[in-house]
Design a protein around this ligand. Structure first.
Ligand code: HEC
Ligand code: HEC
Length: 103
């Protein structure tokens, strides 16, 4: 098969698209919320309406943790326990957009 200019254009396009995907997914490096005793209350609040293992499949598939209910606990406790924020920490409303819950 002869590779002409147009084929090289498509090869280049694919390389660029793959590169962008890798670049975006590499950004997801913010620390997750530790799954420990201290943060149990957060996981409890987020998953309190979670469907049980025998709920219909679509219910389990489309379940989203209640992030807003969980986030109310974050800052007061961190303040009380003196957990430091890094000096260049971004604006902190909606903690769970950036700090993901662990599965
Ligand atoms: C009941 C207290 C409490 C609550 C509620 C809480 N935290 Fe924490 N968090 C801590 C303490 C204490 C630490 C220090 C490390 C540790 O003991 O886990 C910590 C550490 C962290 C860390 C750093 C983990 C690491 O690996 O360095 C992150 C991120 C974090 N919390 C996010 C959150 C978010 C987001 C929420 C709300 C959804 C939250 N925390 C709610 C007490 C709390
Ligand atoms: C816009 C995104 C964003 C939001 C919203 C956000 N954070 Fe962060 N947070 C970061 C980044 C980025 C870092 C520093 C790098 C890292 O964690 O890997 C960080 C660091 C931290 C750390 C220190 C983690 C460590 O490993 O030392 C704690 C604790 C923390 N955030 C708690 C919170 C809490 C609590 C809230 C909500 C009140 C919150 N963050 C909201 C992005 C965010």
């Amino acid at each position: 098969m002869k590779i002409d200019k147009r084929d090289w254009f498509f090869v280049g396009l694919i390389v660029v698209v793959v590169g962008i995907f890798v670049g975006i997914s590499g950004k997801e490096k913010t620390t997750t919320v530790p799954k420990n005793e201290m943060h149990a209350i957060v996981y409890e609040a987020a998953y309190k309406n979670a469907p049980g293992p025998d709920a219909p499949l679509f219910k389990r598939t489309f379940f989203k943790p209640d992030k807003k209910a969980a986030e109310v606990y974050c800052e007061p406790c961190h303040k009380e326990k003196g957990v430091p924020f890094p000096p260049n920490h971004p604006p902190k409303n909606r903690c769970l957009f950036c700090h993901k819950l662990q599965q």
